[in-house]
Write a protein that binds this ligand. Structure first.
Ligand SMILES: *Cc1c(COP(=O)(O)O)cnc(C)c1O
Length: 222
């Protein structure tokens, strides 16, 4: 029999507790971002009623369609965790509290032009493998400077998505590297780690873990 949502949330919470304990960190230092891409607004409402408050979505258009049904979730924080195209910048600033995937100065300036205060993180690509979006570490100084000159943007940290691997020990070096890069640039927040490797991410300093499958089960195909 499959688990209920409260049971899955409980399991994830246990895993977080174990990892923060092992790492000598405080539970409050780690925010669980519930990744709800491909799931309905009803699922987000149910998760909210179970106590979850921070949600991650990948696609601006998909979230725009769900957003009207979420107006009652007054304490919810919505993070964009998928690649953002400049032509969706306006919609993104209207829908999200935080954009975790800024990867160019140009995109930062577009977001800034919309005139709304917005928390941003920079998505960093730490491996040439795959076609993942994100800025190369060498590009960071320029992007950081661009964001800091944008009065509406508040830069808090870095985000990364390592090449897919089921073994957390294979992704751990990427988490460690992101923490190093953030330290070099004086940035506090680290969004890294997903369902299968959240423990390694927490041990390497994650402040935000992005968890979908472990909370909601396999994503619907359509
Ligand atoms: C889908 C997604 C996640 C969640 O992945 P799970 O393996 O389902 O936990 C996290 N981060 C990003 C950027 C995603 O696209």
């Amino acid at each position: 029999m499959s688990l209920t949502l409260p049971e899955r949330i409980d399991q994830v919470e246990q895993r977080i507790q174990t990892a923060v304990h092992r790492a000598g960190r405080a539970r409050d230092d780690v925010t669980l971002v519930a990744v709800t891409k491909k799931f309905s607004a009803a699922v987000i409402c149910e998760a909210y009623s179970c106590g979850l408050r921070v949600f991650g979505e990948n696609y601006v258009q998909e979230f725009a369609e769900k957003r009207p049904a979420l107006s009652g979730l007054t304490e919810a924080q919505f993070h964009l965790i998928g690649h953002l195209q400049s032509n969706k910048a306006r919609q993104a600033t209207e829908l999200f509290h935080t954009v975790e995937t800024v990867d160019s100065g140009k995109l930062a300036r577009r977001l800034n032009e919309m005139g709304r205060p917005l928390e941003v993180m920079i998505e960093v690509k730490l491996s040439p493998e795959g076609t993942k979006a994100g800025a190369a570490p060498e590009e960071l100084p320029g992007i950081i400077e661009a964001i800091r000159s944008c009065p509406n943007l508040w830069l808090t940290g870095l985000m990364t998505m390592p090449p897919w691997n089921t073994d957390p020990e294979t992704t751990r070096p990427y988490f460690r590297r992101l923490a190093e890069v953030a330290r070099i640039h004086g940035l506090q927040k680290l969004s890294m780690g997903m369902s299968h490797d959240l423990e390694a991410a927490i041990e390497e300093g994650a402040t935000h873990i992005r968890v979908g499958t472990a909370l909601f089960g396999p994503r619907p195909k359509a």
